[in-house]
Design a protein around this ligand. Structure first.
Ligand SMILES: Nc1ncnc2c1ncn2[C@@H]1O[C@H](COP(=O)(O)OP(=O)(O)OP(=O)(O)O)[C@@H](O)[C@H]1O
Ligand SMILES: [Mg+2]
Ligand SMILES: [Zn+2]
Length: 454
């Protein structure tokens, strides 16, 4: 008989035959723990030995109308869900400790309940009195949500079975405990078993379920990645310490576009929607200054302007510093290399700092040109022309590649008072936004035209 894997990574759920300090699958350190396998013993007989029951097959044409979605009225949340909550769907909301997950989900539960869904909020971390106190602070004390403080999965499922809610919020999946699984709460086996029970229950009983998942870096408890493939929708709730705003990001969605974001602001009265995030992210921008460039980006279906800030200075270190916040470090290295190789502008011997203002994270390749512009502007100590936004992808050859949604980007920029844009040539027409649009084919002409060097 094959030796069963009995070591599991708490971060990603990968299984191994032996212990090691570093997980080969996800690269995390000290996350591998010994686990009792779910079905130990000789159960692994060949499936072919016994005949299964035939499954009813259907064709792709269906008469059934899609089930109606429910809107919470929190439009930032509804949009990230792909247009409201789908009945019988399973959603995971992951996030760092203290970021505001319980606040968000209590607000969401209250609003879905007010919208007519029978809603139960199960807290495994806080007493009902604590949740009630939060509800009072958020002004939601009279929302028709039912509360429970429980961690025993068997009790919870029994209760859900009799109460028949249309939505259950489980805060958090890592505190749930299945008594038929022989390992500690928070371990991979427990989290997996609890998520599996709750999501299959949801599908069978026409109940939507929202699972809260803690993201942990130390691997003491199993991370949400163990659960991601079991649910329909994975949302991450992110934010930077010292910043008031929070971003709810869809990283997977079977019922809508992924990459959609919702922007919230943490206030004393809970999370407030930010309906015009571009204005928020640009609010701290002063006079045009060297190193500052406004990128006309798109997050999901919505245009979003953010400011890139760069600082380039002679380095006192033998190994110059490259520091990035809110953008990909590898991508920065690539842009520095392209500037050096294709435009003859070296950054060797210089410290380079790059930052997205406000703590926003940008992942679009369309930001390449804005990053290059910020780096050049900082290096040459020369601000960009005023009221100008920049976007475009840069290839290794130094060519500028057109990006999607040019018209959307320009419209948003115009709405916020910008009058000019620099973009790659060859893209779709920019529409009649009234913006002065300058198109360029490669990085060298950009350098020459904007900075008068090359
Ligand atoms: N009385 C208060 N007034 C204003 N803000 C508060 C108050 N109490 C808590 N907060 C804010 O709420 C945040 C915590 O929110 P919440 O408990 O929803 O986070 P969480 O992600 O569920 O945390 P945990 O990981 O502990 O479950 C705090 O960081 C704080 O900013
Ligand atoms: Mg919480
Ligand atoms: Zn791993």
């Amino acid at each position: 008989m094959a030796k069963s894997n009995s070591f599991t990574c708490n971060a990603c759920g990968a299984s191994f035959g032996k212990w090691s300090g570093r997980c080969d699958a996800c690269g995390a350190w000290n996350t591998i723990v010994e686990e009792t396998p779910l079905s130990a013993g000789p159960a692994s007989k060949s499936l072919g030995a016994r005949r299964g029951a035939p499954i009813r097959l259907t064709d792709l044409t269906t008469e059934e109308a899609p089930p109606p979605r429910t809107n919470s009225g929190i439009s930032e949340l509804d949009r990230v869900l792909g247009g409201g909550l789908v009945p019988s769907s399973a959603i995971l909301v992951g996030g760092d400790p203290g970021i505001g997950k319980s606040t968000l989900l209590l607000q969401a539960a209250a609003r879905f309940a007010q919208a007519g869904l029978k809603t139960i909020y199960v807290s495994g971390e806080e007493a009902s009195a604590q949740v009630r106190m939060r509800a009072q602070r958020l002004g939601l004390a009279d929302a028709p949500v039912q509360l429970a403080a429980a961690t025993n999965l068997r009790d919870i499922l029994t209760t859900l079975e009799t109460e028949k809610p249309q939505l259950a919020v489980i805060d958090s999946i890592q505190t749930m405990w299945a008594d038929n699984v022989d390992s500690a709460p928070g371990s991979v086996s427990q989290v997996r078993a609890a998520a599996h029970e709750l999501t299959t229950f949801a599908k069978r009983r026409d109940m939507s379920v929202i699972l809260v998942g803690h993201v942990t870096k130390d691997g003491q408890i199993a991370g949400p990645r163990v659960v991601e493939h079991m649910v329909d929708t994975v949302l991450y709730f992110e934010g930077e310490r010292g910043h008031q705003f929070r971003i709810l990001r869809a990283v997977k969605n079977r019922f809508g576009p992924a990459d959609e974001i919702g922007v919230f602001e943490m206030t004393g009265a809970g999370l407030a929607e930010v309906l015009n995030p571009s204005a928020l992210f640009l609010s701290e921008r002063g006079e045009p200054s060297p190193g500052s460039v406004v990128f006309a980006g798109v997050e999901g279906t919505r245009p979003l302007l953010v400011e890139f800030q760069a600082l380039v200075a002679p380095s006192p270190h033998s190994q110059p510093r490259r520091s990035v916040v809110g953008w990909d470090g590898g991508r920065l290295a690539m842009i520095l290399a392209v500037l050096e190789a294709r435009c003859g502008i070296p950054f060797a011997g210089m410290d380079v700092y790059l930052n997205v203002a406000g703590g926003m994270k940008v992942s679009e390749p369309a930001a390449d040109l804005a990053v290059a512009a910020a780096l050049l502007s900082a290096r040459e100590d020369k601000p960009l022309p005023p009221e100008t936004v920049v976007f475009g992808e840069i290839s290794l050859s130094g060519a500028l590649r057109p990006v999607s949604q040019t018209e959307n980007r320009l419209k948003e920029a115009q709405k916020l008072g910008f009058t000019a844009a620099i973009a790659p040539s060859g893209g779709k027409p920019g529409g009649d936004s009234g913006m002065k649009l300058t198109r360029m084919g490669d990085l060298t002409s950009f350098v020459g035209e904007v900075f008068g060097a090359g």
